[in-house]
Design a protein. Structure first.
Length: 255
């Protein structure tokens, strides 16, 4: 019922030349029938988005942005609006990634506004949530994630399309992947919160991805868990062969 999504978050990697090379090869090497089974998206940095949008114009690979601002236009030096992203065909935008929460200081209020602004331009936001290791050790991880969900989604309505990515901070870029049980338990908890906010049907159809040190070896097991509807992949999405293997191995979990 929920179509899998494999999303490659390139973070602050790959300029224009590398983007061109990667996407040309990826397009050539992905078999058409794969798109019937899963959605695939890449999230290059801002300076590579335009060239990526041209390269992916007639392709079924979706293009996403790693961030967006919540105002439409004006005196906001350094920011990019949802309208600007829409103009180059952006389908998804990552909002509230833990690196932005921690390094840039984004808070739940800003994140909530970004989600709403993206939806107004028909861009599907991917809201990232997740606890630190200290929060898990103190056994407050569910409380933390519950707050991120409630605050982040507070301006949305049932008909608005959004995706959640559960990304435990201790698993991002560390090589310490959550087990399917740990991720699945939290993702089931998140789905229940969505049902409480927007109703059962919305909870059932909302895609919840897992992110945190995914690679081609662990993806199949993770995605086999019924609560995990795909992956937000960081480091491992930068190497084309590895990204292709992640895509192929995630399809194996569907059989
Ligand atoms: C991410 O940045 O969203 C992520 C999950 O990174 P990594 O796969 O490198 O842990």
């Amino acid at each position: 019922m929920r179509k899998l999504l494999i999303a490659g978050n390139w973070k602050m990697n790959k300029g224009i030349k590398e983007t061109e090379k990667f996407l040309k090869e990826l397009k050539d090497e992905i078999e058409e029938e794969i798109f019937e089974k899963i959605d695939i998206a890449v999230f290059p940095p801002f300076t590579s988005l335009y060239v990526a949008s041209i390269l992916l114009k007639n392709s079924k690979i979706y293009l996403g942005a790693q961030n967006v601002f919540y105002e439409k236009e004006g005196a906001y030096t350094g920011e990019i609006s949802p309208k600007m992203l829409k103009e180059i065909g952006i389908k998804y935008v990552i909002v509230g990634h833990s690196e932005r929460r921690k390094i840039i200081g984004e808070n739940d209020e800003m994140i909530a506004k970004k989600l709403k602004a993206a939806i107004e331009e028909e861009i599907v936001p991917i809201l990232c949530v997740g606890e630190t290791i200290e929060e898990r050790e103190k056994n407050i991880h569910k409380k933390i994630v519950e707050k991120q969900i409630q605050e982040g989604l507070k301006f949305l309505k049932e008909e608005d399309e959004f995706i959640i990515a559960y990304e435990p901070v201790w698993a991002i870029g560390t090589g310490k992947t959550a087990t399917p049980e740990i991720a699945g338990e939290m993702q089931g908890f998140i789905r229940e919160r969505i049902k409480e906010i927007f109703g059962k049907e919305k909870g059932e159809k909302t895609r919840i991805l897992y992110g945190g040190s995914i690679n081609s070896k662990n993806i199949e097991e993770l995605i086999s868990h019924p609560e995990i509807d795909g992956g937000l992949v960081g480091g491992a999405s930068l190497k084309k062969e590895e990204f292709l293997s992640i895509i192929k191995n995630s399809i194996r979990s569907l059989k």
